[in-house]
Design a binder for this molecule. Sequence first.
Ligand SMILES: Nc1ncnc2c1ncn2[C@@H]1O[C@H](COP(=O)(O)OP(=O)(O)O)[C@@H](O)[C@H]1O
Ligand SMILES: [Mg+2]
Length: 168
Amino acid sequence: MEAAPHNPAETELTVTSPEQMRELGRRLAKLLRAGDLVMLSGELGAGKTTLTRGLGEGLGVRGAVTSPTFVIARVHPSLGDGPPLVHVDAYRLGGGLDEMEDLDLDVSLPESVVVVEWGEGKVEELTEDRLRIVIHRAVGDTTDEVRHVTVTGLGGRWASAGLEALSA
Ligand SMILES: Nc1ncnc2c1ncn2[C@@H]1O[C@H](COP(=O)(O)OP(=O)(O)O)[C@@H](O)[C@H]1O
Ligand SMILES: [Mg+2]
């Protein structure tokens, strides 16, 4: 008998300010460990980098997370004994793992938390276990500060990882 495919671990949140998005990143950091890959999706200005900034704060890494102009990947070493944060902005990269290969993410992933903006179609081959975060601007929001965030855990790593804690 075939096992029924279980629903992916998933949680949905509404975030109403940049500061709340950072706070979400700080909370998310508590769930992350070396070897975790986080893929961030959402249009320009959705808040991917803002979320990553909070994540870096939560992980306690060196240097502020920014939107790099020229650098595609930046390593933020831990200020304590936690894993470094590797922040990748793949916006300027074409498709395929070929161009990603120079970044040696496969080498750094086992020891790092790797967060990739615009990584669809580029980094999936790194690991089956991924945390997929999609950020949408709320339609009709006049303040332009409301975001809907969907967090989906793919693979065994996230099957019972307690993503509900994010909305607490
Ligand atoms: N709820 C929110 N979450 C995140 N950013 C927000 C929010 N509301 C407004 N903003 C603003 O939107 C912009 C998001 O920029 P950024 O995080 O660089 O987006 P991305 O990396 O997705 O292109 C920032 O200027 C931020 O202040
Ligand atoms: Mg960005």
